[in-house]
Ligand binder design. Structure first.
Ligand SMILES: Nc1nc(=O)c2c([nH]1)NC[C@@H]1CN(c3ccc(C(=O)N[C@@H](CCC(=O)O)C(=O)O)cc3)C=[N+]21
Length: 295
């Protein structure tokens, strides 16, 4: 058996096409959504993610405003850049690319982002709204964290039921695992979730009971084929640099061992799975914040 592909590239393209039409409607009302990004330092991986985000925005008709600071930037300089993005009317949503250099208080930076412009959905007010379970159809709807929201869209748009299913999430990080647990268990999604981490005693056993497995730890090929319930849907979020190719490009490995494709019913490729979905949902957050600001 070979798993069917959870195609992040095609699904992200469909979402971006829907967003393009919403941007046209916003423009007709005189409003242009704009994504701001703040990149601190010169990590090539972070730079390439930010470039990808601006490319997606251009496809959809969303403007891009990019700010850069050197790796030596101080806490005060980064805070000043966040204030500028908060005040810039051309920026309807923005992100501060994480991680920030050592010695910077990341949580304090995130707290300074205007919650109404928080394109990552990581401000404590927006995470708090996710915990409270604010109805997404109401005016106080909050932006959702992009990777968790992208994972749910990737499953739903491939016709995979989540309600009542057992989902094992590997990793409790702030951008993926922790908020994904909240999103999966809220009303309307209704999964049963096991949130595992580095101190989990028998990870294989926790994965074996899962109908859906999400791996977001950044340990190359940690998830083995004999951990997977036959037919399960498996999503690979982790990315680890494992060397360089002959042409000098970074060689990347996901969290899922390739042999998993012989057991799983569905598998998200990496690259080409969750990454493009994360970017599409970021653009969705920027369009949605612009719609709220325009109404
Ligand atoms: N404030 C903040 N928000 C983030 O959303 C955020 C962040 N910081 N820091 C770093 C991580 C990582 N991340 C990725 C997004 C897209 C791909 C992606 O599209 N990857 C492509 C491959 C890209 C390529 O080939 O270069 C793929 O999976 O197919 C990957 C990784 C967002 N992050």
């Amino acid at each position: 058996m070979t798993a069917q592909k959870l195609d992040g590239v095609a699904t992200a393209a469909a979402i971006k096409e829907e967003l393009r039409q919403r941007v046209v409607a916003l423009e007709a009302r005189g409003s242009v959504p704009g994504l701001g990004t703040l990149l601190v330092g010169d990590d090539p991986g972070s730079r390439s993610y930010v470039t990808g985000k601006h490319r997606d925005c251009a496809e959809v008709g969303v403007a891009s405003i990019s700010k850069e600071l050197p790796a030596t930037a101080t806490q005060a300089e980064i805070e000043a850049a966040v204030h500028e993005l908060n005040e810039d009317p051309a920026v309807t949503g923005f992100i501060v690319q994480l991680p920030l250099p050592k010695g910077i208080d990341e949580n304090r930076i995130i707290e300074l982002i205007d919650p109404a412009k928080d394109a990552d959905g990581l401000h404590p007010m927006n995470l708090g709204r996710l915990v409270l379970g604010v109805d997404p159809a109401t005016a106080v709807a909050a932006p959702l964290p992009c990777t968790p929201a992208g994972i749910i869209q990737l499953l739903e748009r491939h016709g995979i039921d989540i309600a009542g299913k057992h989902v094992t999430v590997i990793g409790r990080g702030i951008t993926v695992g922790r908020p994904l647990g909240l999103l999966l268990t809220r009303k309307g999604t209704d999964a049963t979730v096991t949130l595992t981490h580095s101190r989990t005693k028998d990870l294989a056993a926790e994965v074996r009971r899962a109908d859906i497995v999400v791996a977001a730890v950044g340990q190359p090929h940690i998830v083995q084929a004999d951990w997977i319930k036959p037919g399960a849907a498996v999503l690979d979020v982790g990315v680890t640099r494992v060397g360089t190719t002959e042409s000098g490009r970074a060689k990347l490995a996901g969290d899922i061992d390739p042999a998993v494709s012989e057991v799983a019913g569905w598998l998200s490729p990496n690259p080409g799975g969750v990454g493009p979905m994360t970017r599409a949902l970021l653009v969705a957050n920027v369009v949605e914040t612009a719609e709220r600001l325009a109404s």
